[in-house]
Design a protein around this ligand. Structure first.
Ligand SMILES: Nc1ncnc2c1ncn2[C@@H]1O[C@H](COP(=O)(O)OP(=O)(O)OP(=O)(O)O)[C@@H](O)[C@H]1O
Ligand SMILES: [Mg+2]
Length: 338
């Protein structure tokens, strides 16, 4: 895994606490849940959990549970016998079997179907499972690491996630702070990413960032967290013209352009929902901050949907063509849960 060689950077107290919790959790061989917004480093922490554990020499298998439809995911996880469903030509070993004695990282675990969750619960309790299309019971000894950016307890309350599986998985829960809550790490990470690109460009050294760029980075709220910071810094260093001048050309929003197509769907919905003239003017004039504008729009849309539905969340979800679970996630993201 390439993650194995990746540095984990950070010095803020919130980050150091996470690193300490990760080291402790690596030792106990029980399931761990890693929770955090997109780009906060869940994958990096999951791989650290494996490589610091007594299982480090065994396999570390990763599955993105959101990338496959339910039936294919079951066959991916548990394997299948030849001919067990259309398209199942040969026999297939599942990831749980492959990860035997090692660790299995289930990314985006909240998207797993209730049927597959039941099978996973069996594995966590008895270490037994069956391949799809087979009655034969097999054994596996796997350390489970799950990751999600969704609030699993409310998913369980809503019936989308099994409470019993959640209890099994939640022996240790590592919740990663968003970058905006550990501002002390922004510049350290930015330097790290900047230095890496400078090295790639064969610069003799990395000249650092201009004061304005530092200020912009410190003020931004980084909805995409560390991944977003990494992209912004890489872009800035690649665009820099002089190796010896502090990097200064920061582009937070690469979509920003006078020729950018109007965000028609969103704009129409804003007008329909709020008839907000200020927003309309801003969208056509530019420059606008893509992430901040979207954030504000999302929040407004949610507030209006709630209002229009007398604060009944289920109705508001239907109104926005979201499921209840997705709506709750959005409300939480925008601090609208009260
Ligand atoms: N502490 C850190 N030090 C250095 N790089 C980091 C750190 N945390 C995250 N990164 C980098 O940021 C990027 C995003 O991290 P990662 O993929 O682990 O996030 P994630 O939480 O799994 O995101 P998503 O929810 O979108 O899958 C990766 O390139 C990763 O290497
Ligand atoms: Mg990830």
């Amino acid at each position: 895994m390439s993650n194995e060689q990746q540095f984990i950077i950070g010095e803020s107290p919130a980050f150091l606490e996470i690193i300490e919790q990760t080291s402790r959790a690596a030792g106990h061989d029980r399931a761990v849940l890693v929770i955090g917004e997109r780009g906060t480093g869940k994958e990096l922490i999951a791989s650290r959990l494996h490589y610091l554990s007594p299982r480090w020499e065994q396999s570390f298998i990763q599955v993105n549970c959101a990338s496959l439809p339910d039936t294919l995911l079951e066959s991916e996880l548990f394997g299948h016998e030849a001919g067990s469903f259309t398209g199942a030509v040969g026999k297939r070993i599942g990831r749980f079997e492959e990860a035997n004695n090692g660790s299995l990282f289930l990314d985006e675990i909240a998207t797993i179907s209730l049927t597959a969750q039941e099978k996973i619960l069996r594995i966590t309790e008895y270490g037994t499972f069956q391949r799809v299309g087979s009655n034969k019971t097999l054994n596996t000894d796997v350390r489970l690491i799950g990751a999600t950016n969704i609030d699993l307890p409310s998913a369980a309350d809503k019936g989308d996630f099994r409470h019993d599986l959640l209890d099994r998985l939640a022996l240790d829960v590592i919740t990663l702070p968003p970058l905006r809550s550990r501002k002390g790490d922004i510049l350290i990470l930015a330097f790290h990413f900047g230095q890496k690109v400078a090295q790639e460009l064969k610069w003799s050294s990395f000249p650092g960032f201009s004061n304005e760029m530092v200020e912009t980075m410190m003020d931004h709220n980084w909805p995409g967290n560390i991944r977003e910071l990494k992209n912004v810094v890489e872009r800035a260093v690649y665009y820099a013209e002089h190796e010896f001048e502090p990097v200064h050309q920061i582009i937070l929003d690469p979509f920003n352009s006078p020729h950018r197509p109007a965000p028609l769907t969103i704009k129409n919905e804003i007008s329909a929902e709020t008839n907000n003239k200020h927003d309309q003017a801003e969208a056509v004039q530019g420059p606008i901050n893509y992430h901040q504008t979207l954030d504000r729009f999302e929040k407004e849309l949610l507030q209006n949907a709630l209002k229009a539905n007398k604060f009944n969340q289920r109705h508001a979800a239907d109104y926005l063509s979201l499921n209840y679970h997705q709506l709750r996630h959005q409300l939480k993201k925008h601090n609208l849960l009260g």
